[in-house]
Design a protein around this ligand. Structure first.
Ligand code: DNO
Length: 350
């Protein structure tokens, strides 16, 4: 596996100089952030990320995300031109040496939390989700901070958009996803890029919006939409794991070969559809990180891994979930687990 770290570009307080000092780090996961969804990324701005990474001894082989415009998810008459623009980005990224693109197909909202700064007993804070709180909010009037929405929509725009989705069923979304993949995957194959869809976070529908990348049978259905190596998954443990019915080691074993990118993080179940994010180690939350990594090692996973959301610790402030310290601790924990499990495997085969 290759250990990577998300970097939000030159304005990210977590600089490349800091990222390169995290032991065993091989590369960054980044994106062109100043082009709206649907726009084409200039070859220069892609190259600029790569150059900045290279100057710091890091690779740039993973993009997260090339966002999918709502018009594509809605399947409007603007979709074909936007899909073509998406394909052009895939070509350009492939040309620059990018090997994996993470994206999602969640209507309107990306990941969603009820609290961005939930205090944990040790004095740190973390992202948290409580379904009852989320459902009691009206996304049009509340000041609840819903990442993805906050960044991309004015409230008027949001109202419009929710309106457009009012007739869209899960089956419609499947249909529009299939249309997207049938166009994009052949381009990705040619460009040498593995597409890796991110599961819906949390993995259930919200505010009447359909969500489909949620569980084993839907992941299977997704992979069959276009049966190609280049049509794969981002296995995000915190997203899929929010539903305790999702057996993560089993999913890893089942979809081995089609998982290209892994987001590792832990969560603590607090009740039905209610969880807080925690530090990465197994004993800090509800997910068995040892069994997760073991399944990856045993299935010969060779893709990219990154520590996912960290807590805010040691007084750090910054982008929620994406500070330096706790993600760096997570990275070294992951590297340690990996080394131990890999060596145990080798010893067994000797
Ligand atoms: C949150 C991230 C997501 C992810 C997108 C992928 O921290 O895991 O925002 O980047 O859903 O498109």
């Amino acid at each position: 596996m290759k250990l990577t770290f998300r970097w939000y570009g030159p304005n990210d307080p977590v600089t490349l100089e800091k990222i390169r000092q995290i032991p065993t780090m091989t590369g960054i996961v980044s994106a062109v952030y100043d082009v709206a969804p649907g726009g084409i990324w200039s070859q220069e701005s892609i190259q600029a990320i790569k150059d900045a990474a290279t100057q710091n001894g890091l690779e740039f082989e993973v993009v997260e995300s090339v966002p999918v415009p709502e018009e594509i998810k809605l399947g409007t008459d603007k979709a074909p031109a936007l899909i073509e623009a998406y394909c052009e980005n895939v070509r350009r990224l492939g040309k620059a040496g990018v090997k994996c693109i993470c994206y999602n197909f969640m209507p309107v909202f990306d990941w969603l939390r009820s609290e961005l700064s939930h205090p944990l007993p040790d004095g740190s804070n973390a992202l948290a989700y409580d379904d009852a709180t989320v459902l009691s909010m009206n996304p049009l009037t509340s000041d609840l901070s819903l990442p993805g929405w906050d960044e991309s929509y004015t409230k008027d725009g949001l109202k419009d958009l929710l309106q457009k989705y009012s007739g869209i069923t899960e089956e419609d979304l499947w249909h529009n996803l299939a249309t997207f993949l049938r166009a994009v995957i052949p381009v990705a194959e040619e460009a040498g890029v593995k597409m890796a869809i991110h599961p819906d976070d949390p993995p259930w529908g919200l505010f009447g919006l359909p969500r489909i990348i949620t569980n084993e049978s839907n992941l299977e259905r997704f992979l069959h939409l276009v049966d190609s190596q280049n049509n794969g998954l981002t296995l995000c443990t915190g997203s899929l794991g929010a539903n305790p019915a999702n057996d993560l080691p089993a999913l890893i074993r089942k979809f081995a070969g089609r998982i290209h990118f892994v987001h590792l993080r832990n969560i603590q179940y607090m009740g039905e559809r209610c969880f807080t994010e925690t530090a990465h180690p197994t004993s800090c939350g509800s997910l068995d990180m040892f069994e997760i990594v073991r399944a990856l090692v045993e299935t010969g996973f060779e893709g990219y891994v990154r520590p996912d959301h960290g807590r805010m610790i040691w007084g750090e402030t910054g982008r929620y979930g994406y500070g330096l310290y706790d993600r760096a601790l997570g990275a070294t924990y992951i590297a340690g687990l990996w080394e131990a499990i890999e060596k145990m495997e080798e010893m067994q085969h000797d």
